[in-house]
Design a protein around this ligand. Structure first.
Ligand SMILES: Cc1cc2nc3c(=O)[nH]c(=O)nc-3n(C[C@H](O)[C@H](O)[C@H](O)COP(=O)(O)OP(=O)(O)OC[C@H]3O[C@@H](n4cnc5c(N)ncnc54)[C@H](O)[C@@H]3O)c2cc1C
Ligand code: FES
Length: 406
């Protein structure tokens, strides 16, 4: 991340200093940290959408480490924002937070980010949620917002090792009672029923309206759980564009980074690169000088171009942009779905040029920045698409011309 031995301030970002109002013991190894946002400007800085996360920064040995934690609270439902952390064996941040942070302490946080949010245009489309273990945190927020603000029917399949380790169990059961007929909750406990099987997932999907094919699906949990759910959705014929996943991964800390340069950069050795590239951002086109092996995001930062970013490790999607022209390779594009790749989206924090060809990326072209929750929007109107395509072609011609004459 912008981490290479740097604190957030050194990296040019604006971290927030936020007091912890309360620590809630959810289970033996999970805690919720309720944030004190009584200060108006802080509350504004921490404005978030259900399903988003906040990034926590702590000093660690000679450097700083960063980890993302999803809000388990929902705006408009819960008075104060809170995130929930589950202990990971030998994990650096989770143990430091659970064992070391108490009410009244101050945390260094980076503003909310993330694309694991509800589609604002979903109407009454059914919502299908899958959570495993701590993956319940963003799912719980999505659930609360949906029940409060929409008429959508919701189903949640929630897998845990056992009843005792089930975070928010009592609150979920209460919501299921309160919204009986609209919210269907199924707990799965490995100690009683074994690991979740493909058969059990198929049976759950089979009991959904239209086999889940017209639902929006949100999946968050440990990797084997997510793999099993994604496979079941595919088998059930659910369109990949209707599936959203949130992967709970840690960025590589400076002392855990891959030292093999070719592997860590993702570009072939001796790849050529252009001397500069064009960036469309905030309705302006800027020329950014480029020096290998910087990422496009690092080059933007060096040139004072404030491109959007958060994790800088390829998993949050904040730096996503449209590759208008040129050749790039990405080291770790975890946040991109097949659909994103097919549409020519790239992650500026992971992308490096692989040839000296003219290169142009457009941050404005990525629709989720306009707040629609990208990826699950209805089919494109052909007339509008033709108009947009025409405008894009015109803009590309103009940009090439500008590049030649500037
Ligand atoms: C968008 C997003 C949202 C998230 N939301 C949540 C949430 O709501 N709640 C939550 O609890 N978590 C959440 N996470 C996960 C969280 O960010 C951390 O990944 C998690 O807390 C583990 O961090 P850690 O520092 O405790 O463990 P780490 O120090 O990152 O270690 C994790 C595990 O990997 C091992 N490990 C990793 N690298 C090495 C290495 N090089 N050498 C040896 N061992 C290694 C460790 O021993 C440990 O077992 C989220 C992640 C993302 C990306
Ligand atoms: S900043 Fe998170 S994916 Fe690039």
């Amino acid at each position: 991340m912008a981490t290479e031995n740097q604190s957030a301030e050194q990296a040019g970002r604006a971290p927030l200093r936020v007091k912890v109002a309360r620590v809630i013991e959810e289970t033996a190894d999970a805690r919720s940290f309720v944030l004190d946002v009584s200060d108006e400007s802080l509350r504004h800085e921490l404005t978030y959408r259900a399903g988003q996360y906040v990034t926590v920064e702590i000093p660690w040995e000679a450097f700083h480490i960063h980890r993302c934690y999803s809000f388990s609270s929902a705006p408009g439902v819960d008075a104060q924002p809170q995130f929930t952390v589950k202990r990971v064996a030998d994990g650096r941040m989770s143990n430091a937070l659970i064992d070391g942070v108490k009410a009244g302490d101050t945390l260094t946080l980076h503003p909310p980010a993330g694309r694991f949010v509800l589609d604002r245009d979903a109407g009454t489309r059914p919502l299908s949620l899958f959570a495993g273990g701590s993956g319940i945190t963003p799912i719980f927020a999505l659930l609360k917002t949906t029940l409060r603000e929409t008429e959508r029917p919701v189903r949640l399949l929630y897998a845990n090792r056992d009843a005792a380790s089930t975070i928010f169990a009592a609150q979920l059961d209460a919501l299921a009672r309160e919204h009986a007929g609209r919210f269907t909750l199924r707990h799965h406990h490995d100690d009683a029923a074994g690991f979740l099987t493909a058969g059990a997932l198929a049976e759950w999907l089979g009991s959904a309206p239209e086999g889940g094919r017209q639902s929006d699906h949100y999946v968050c949990g440990p990797t084997p759980f997510m793999d099993a759910v994604e496979a079941a959705l595919k088998t059930a014929g659910v369109d990949a564009a209707r599936v959203r996943v949130e992967r709970f991964v840690s960025p590589a800390d400076p002392d855990r980074r891959d030292t093999d340069l070719a592997v860590s950069l993702g570009v072939p050795p001796n790849a050529e690169s252009p001397a500069d590239f064009l960036v469309t951002l905030g309705a302006a086109i800027k020329r950014v000088p480029y020096t290998s092996p910087l990422t496009l995001l690092q080059a933007c930062k060096a040139a004072g171009v404030k491109a959007p970013s958060s994790c800088e490790d390829g998993f949050c999607g904040s730096c996503m942009c449209q590759l208008v022209e040129g050749d790039v390779a990405m080291a770790n594009p975890l946040a991109l779905t097949d659909n994103d790749v097919a549409r020519g989206r790239v992650l500026a924090c992971q992308a490096r040029p692989t040839s000296a060809t003219f290169l142009h990326v457009d941050f404005d072209a990525v629709d989720f920045r306009a707040g629609d929750g990208a990826g699950m929007t209805p089919p494109i109107n052909p007339a509008r698409a033709a108009l947009v395509l025409g405008l894009c072609v015109g803009a590309a011609v103009l940009v090439r011309w500008l590049h030649a004459v500037i």
